[in-house]
Design a binder for this molecule. Structure first.
Ligand code: C2E
Ligand code: CA
Ligand code: CA
Length: 720
């Protein structure tokens, strides 16, 4: 080793030199004049000189600019205050290659002679400064690394969605991130204090189950090495997942790290999934119920009824089994005019009333459409229940703003001594239900074996009707229509008659049959032709006289209908303006343009159109203005509401006023009493028709009809 300590050749001095050279810190002995007396190997390395070149140099050459006074200051400080060793100084050294480097310098005085100078070289006298210099470049790098690691940790802590709190073992808050503060709504000031108390209080106040929360804290405090993982429900509805583990430095536990995670969205999703599962299960249950239930009305369905009926019939001890089959009257009109929603509402209401009428029924079921059935077993008086159903159903109900009077036809079949099977019993109920419809609807009929005969008769009625025209069995009756104001008969209505095998089949029976089979085209034409021919004379006497003929919707479907009517009129010498075609509202449901065209052609030729049976359908007064009609014929059910003539019947006056305001004339049908005639005349009803004036009469008795009508008119006048 070639170093500045190697002057001494004595063994002790040599050892000492070795020790100095082995020192990792640079050691320099500096004389009072600032020159370097001695330097060790580390100093040579640190400053970049050969060892032998350092001795004798001014130490300032080793210091960077700005630090050159440092050592001198240190020197004088040591000399003036020898009892107080100064703290090391941060300096910058200057390497021989000109680069500067950070270092730490500390010094102490070597009093008296320097280490034995055995060589001949002269050593400066006085105290020397022993300067120890340590390069600190490595330390700065380490500092930077630490800073980087710290910032990384902070960034990580702040960027995590978890709220983190570190508590020391003594219960002090040792650290936290922003998320923790936001999560718990804690102001940072609160955490600056010495005590964890306020923080804890704030947190506990928000937890739903405070006792459990505190118990858990105690438990963990007693067991510092434990980890915990649990779920906290907060009062505000949030759910937090809480995780804690001990904080260790080496093996030592110095505190506890708490981490909170808001799992409310996940919780919510889980709850929603759970709810969806429940809904699904409920839906499955509903589907299962639907196998037995009518979804619209909630009544039982056909399957349930069939099973119950079969079971009842197999029970020998049951004294009575009654089947009440019912079908709404004219339900199609509700659907057609008011729409399907109204139809549905009506069915629901009917179901409700049915249940009310038959609370003891074994089954109340909807068989489909507007058909319902009630099964009664051991019922003492099925007729009374049937009666009640008909009555209750006929009570008006408001559906979608329209007042409707549901009515139904009910067939009742009971198990008799012959103990028929289920299908036969149902067939009997069905037959009696149809009989109730044929008998005029809105009623119930108990099955009677004669109905079977009637059924058979109905089936051969069709074949009979087919031949009726050819066999001259169709004839026409005429009923006068009078003008009270004019005091005379102004019109006759032609009414079809069918005489069959010495008996007369009522129009209410054969007209619907004729419409169903299409025979109405032939019959209608026959009635019209006969009517014109038989009335031609009477009509020709006064152009203000008219003939009214009933026309069914089926006839209007014929594209040649108008043409045929006009040709018939021409052939019989009747002017088209003397014709009135009576149609019911139902022809206008789903009316196609073909039908409207037939009516327009006839109206263009001068014929008039009357709306027959007005008020019986489900149509409203408001619809009147849209229909291509000239006259309304108020149905006899409204006229029959007049008994004394003293009653207030706003419906009648409304109908008449409404029609008049639309420029239509009004005819009242079924006028049977003087009171009714007076009442209607007072309401300025234009014309009247009914038994009061005359029954319908065959053409050969026309003068009788005229006479009777005129007599009645005269009597009315006299009464005034
Ligand atoms: P509608 O057109 O309303 O005819 C009036 C019905 O009322 C007639 O019944 C008539 O006899 C009856 N009537 C008249 N005055 C009175 C009265 O004061 N009191 C009561 N209670 N009834 C009275 P009819 O003749 O049994 O006809 C029944 C229905 O058959 C007619 O009702 C009409 O809709 C239909 N009809 C009759 N002939 C024809 C026809 O040639 N073609 C078509 N398509 N339908 C017809
Ligand atoms: Ca009529
Ligand atoms: Ca009528």
């Amino acid at each position: 080793m070639t170093d500045v300590w190697s002057h001494s050749k004595s063994p002790a001095a040599q050892t000492f030199g070795l020790i100095l050279d082995a020192s990792p810190d640079a050691l320099l002995a500096i004389a009072a004049d600032g020159s370097i007396s001695l330097a060790n190997a580390a100093a040579a390395r640190l400053f970049g000189y050969a060892s032998e070149n350092l001795a004798g140099r001014d130490h300032r050459a080793l210091l960077a600019e700005g630090f050159r006074g440092e050592v001198t200051q240190l020197f004088s400080q040591l000399r003036t205050l020898p009892g107080e060793p100064p703290t090391p100084r941060e300096i910058f050294g200057l390497h021989s290659d000109g680069t500067e480097f950070p270092a730490e310098a500390a010094g102490s005085l070597i009093a008296g002679e320097p280490v034995a100078a055995g060589s001949g070289d002269a050593m400066p006298a006085g105290p020397l400064l022993l300067l120890s210099v340590r390069g600190t470049s490595h330390r700065q790098a380490a500092d930077a690394n630490l800073r980087e690691a710290m910032s990384l940790l902070t960034a990580t802590l702040e960027s995590t969605a978890d709220g983190i709190l570190v508590m020391s073992r003594e219960g002090r808050v040792a650290g936290f991130n922003d998320q923790f503060l936001t999560m718990w709504g804690i102001s940072p000031e609160l955490l600056k204090g010495d005590s964890e108390e306020p923080v804890l209080r704030l947190v506990v106040a928000q937890v739903a189950d405070q006792a459990a929360f505190l118990a858990r804290l105690d438990e963990l405090a007693a067991n510092p090495s434990a980890e915990s993982h649990d779920v906290l429900d907060l009062k505000d509805g949030r759910t937090l997942e809480r995780y804690s583990r001990p904080q260790r430095v080496g093996e030592k536990i110095v505190g506890r790290v708490w981490s909170f995670r808001d799992v409310s969205p996940r919780r919510k999703a889980q709850e929603q999934a759970h709810q969806a599962m429940l809904d699904l299960a409920a839906q499955a249950e509903k589907l299962r119920a639907m196998a037995f239930q009518d979804p619209l009305t909630g009544l039982a369905n056909r399957a349930v009824f069939t099973d119950a009926l079969a079971a009842a019939l197999q029970e020998p001890r049951l004294k009575t089994v009654d089947v009440l089959l019912l079908d709404l009257d004219d339900f199609k009109e509700v659907n057609d005019i008011l729409g399907h929603q109204a139809g549905d509402d009506m069915l629901v209401e009917v179901a409700r009333r049915l249940r009310g009428c038959a609370p003891t029924a074994d089954v109340v079921a909807r068989l489909g459409g507007d058909e319902f059935v009630v099964l009664l077993t051991a019922c003492p008086d099925a007729d009374a229940i049937a009666q009640c159903i008909v009555r209750c159903l006929h009570v008006p109900v408001t559906i979608q703003g329209t007042v409707l009077r549901p009515s139904l036809s009910l067939g009742l079949a009971s198990l008799g001594r012959d103990r028929v099977g289920a299908s036969e019993l149902l067939r009997q109920a069905d037959i009696s239900m149809y009989a109730a419809k044929a008998a005029g609807k809105n009623r119930f009929l108990r099955f009677h074996p004669d109905m079977m005969t009637a059924l058979v008769q109905r089936t051969n009625m069709e074949s009979g009707l087919q031949l009726a025209v050819a066999r001259d069995q169709i004839s026409v009756d005429f009923q006068p229509i009078v003008s009270h104001r004019m005091g005379q008969v102004v019109m006759f209505e032609a009414l079809a008659r069918w005489d069959r095998d010495g008996g007369r089949v009522p129009p209410s029976v054969f007209i619907p049959l004729a419409e169903r089979t299409g025979l109405i085209n032939e019959i209608g034409a026959e009635v019209m032709a006969m009517g014109m021919v038989q009335l031609a004379q009477w009509l020709s006497e006064d152009p203000s006289r008219s003939l009214a003929v009933n026309v069914s919707g089926v006839q209007l479907q014929d594209p040649l209908f108008a043409q045929t009517v006009l040709r018939l009129a021409e052939a019989s010498g009747v002017a088209p303006y003397q014709l009135v075609l009576e149609v019911t509202e139902s022809v206008f449901f789903d009316a196609d343009c073909g039908l409207i065209k037939q009516l327009s052609t006839l109206r263009d030729a001068g014929a008039r159109v009357a709306l027959d049976d007005f008020g019986t359908g489900y149509s409203s007064l408001g619809r009147l203005q849209d229909l291509p009609v000239d006259t309304v014929k108020i149905d006899k059910t409204f006229i029959s509401m007049v008994h004394t003539g003293e009653e207030r019947l706003p419906i009648l006056s409304a109908m008449i006023n409404m029609a008049h305001s639309l420029g239509l004339t009004v005819t009242a049908e079924g006028v049977e009493t003087v009171a009714q005639a007076d009442y209607l005349s007072a309401l300025e009803c234009d014309s009247l028709q009914g038994y009061l004036f005359s029954l319908p009469q065959p053409g050969r008795r026309l003068h009788h009809a005229l006479q009777h009508a005129e007599d009645a008119l005269a009597a009315l006048k006299k009464l005034r």
